[in-house]
Design a protein around this ligand. Structure first.
Ligand SMILES: Nc1ncnc2c1ncn2[C@@H]1O[C@H](COP(=O)(O)OP(=O)(O)OP(=O)(O)O)[C@@H](O)[C@H]1O
Ligand SMILES: [Mg+2]
Length: 399
């Protein structure tokens, strides 16, 4: 501006106005400072060019726990975990901010009490008009909640993927088993017929052939049950319903598993009582009972097993009590989930599908299953199903 121009400008802006502008500027700066100091959701503070903390706002105190008088003057590496300091991260961040004007990052930072929080950090280089670096402005947000929610979501996705992979494997395995089992059934049948045709009278041989056939049939039923149950949601299992007596079905399952019961060394007793008629899918209810019995035998520690069947108030219930290893309280809530296992896998084999299957079948019937157990003191599983009207009196249903 020329001298004449300056003179004109000075005339155009009288002295009083110039004082007013300076005052407004001071007010604005004061207001800005108040604003920065009172922001509570962001830590806003300044570092000197060497990285020492120069200012500190309410948000910084709230987020990080230090009061201004405790932290101003200290190096900002106080906010970093030891491993980050060892890697030279704080210095690196300032270098980048000085070179490029800005640095942004997300990572774990420390509070005064040593706890960690997940921070979004922006560091901005502050320079004079002439370009001299006078410090850094630092804005930190606490994103721990978002980070944890994201981690939980990822863990859930991973868990679900794991479950799906196991389920697929199981279904593939069951499919693959179908063909050899069908061949086994066919050949067992052919051998039995041949024996019949040729008048074989060896009782032990005939008996063993019958057992062979019986086992092949059970195997095939099991594989079918896996295929039917593993992939289906409880609400979508199709039932081939018929009137049947739950008590008779329990008797039959016990009868068919004499060999396993003998091997397990548990005395199995069904409390006597009247029939309990339900409308159910015989195969699936048999699978349900077999799973409960198999568990009682497996985890029953060679102790007696008690079965009860009752019909009361429109519900039919079957319960099985063992005096075996029991289940720790913390395992109970997820016990019926797919692939959930509570016992040491080294000692007890299994997939963790049995109880899931039990629940799926019970619920498909409009029923439910409960467990009462204590570690070391055995377990009682009770399945409740809607009973047919007059269940207590009706004795004519097929087992
Ligand atoms: N009667 C029981 N006593 C003690 N623990 C039991 C009993 N029944 C089930 N459990 C526990 O519950 C878990 C889940 O049972 P579930 O029948 O679903 O699986 P599994 O028996 O391990 O395998 P499988 O798929 O062959 O049945 C078992 O691993 C076991 O830890
Ligand atoms: Mg089981």
């Amino acid at each position: 501006m020329t001298e004449a121009g300056k003179e004109r400008a000075a005339k155009a802006e009288p002295r009083g106005d110039r004082d007013g502008a300076a005052q407004r500027q001071r007010l604005r700066e004061g207001a800005l400072q108040l604003f920065v100091e009172s922001v509570r959701d962001y830590a806003l503070f300044m570092l000197d060019p060497g990285g020492r903390i120069a200012t500190w706002n309410a948000g910084a105190e709230r987020m990080k726990g230090w009061r201004a008088e405790e932290i101003v003057g200290q190096h900002f590496s106080a906010f970093y975990p030891a491993e980050e300091i060892a890697r030279g991260k704080p210095e690196h961040e300032l270098e980048v901010a000085a070179r490029e004007g800005r640095f942004e990052d997300e990572g774990w930072r420390l509070r005064k009490d040593g706890s960690r929080f997940w921070a979004n950090v922006v560091i901005t280089a502050v320079r004079t008009r002439e370009g001299e670096l006078i410090g850094f402005g630092k804005v930190t947000r606490d994103l721990t909640q978002r980070k944890r929610a994201e981690e939980d979501r990822l863990a859930m996705v991973a868990q679900e993927e794991g479950l799906r992979a196991r389920e697929e494997l199981l279904v593939v395995a069951a499919h693959e088993l179908r063909t050899p089992i069908a061949a086994l059934q066919l050949h067992a049948d052919l051998v039995r017929r041949t024996a019949e045709r040729e008048g074989v009278t060896n009782d032990r041989l005939v008996d063993r052939l019958a057992r062979l056939q019986h086992s092949a049939t059970r195997l095939s039923r099991l594989v079918d049950a896996v295929l039917r149950v593993a992939t289906l949601e409880p609400g979508r299992i199709e039932l081939a319903r018929q009137r049947l007596d739950l008590r008779a079905l329990v008797e039959r399952v016990v009868e068919e598993h004499r060999a396993e019961i003998a091997t397990a060394g548990c005395a199995v007793r069904l409390e006597p009582g009247p029939p309990a008629v339900v409308s159910g899918d015989r195969h699936l209810l048999q699978v349900l009972l077999e799973n409960l019995l198999a568990n009682a035998l497996k985890y029953g520690d060679r102790q007696p097993i008690q079965l009860r069947v009752a019909a009361r108030g429109g519900r039919a219930a079957v319960s099985i009590t063992d005096r075996g290893i029991g289940i720790a309280a913390e395992r109970l809530p997820a016990l019926f989930d797919r692939f959930s296992r509570a016992a040491a896998p080294r000692h007890y084999g299994g997939l963790g599908l049995g109880l899931w299957t039990v629940r799926a079948i019970a619920e498909a019937h409009g029923g439910s299953v409960r467990v009462a157990s204590e570690a070391g003191h055995g377990a009682t599983f009770e399945v409740e199903l809607p009973a047919e009207v007059g269940a207590e009196a009706h004795a004519g249903a097929s087992p």
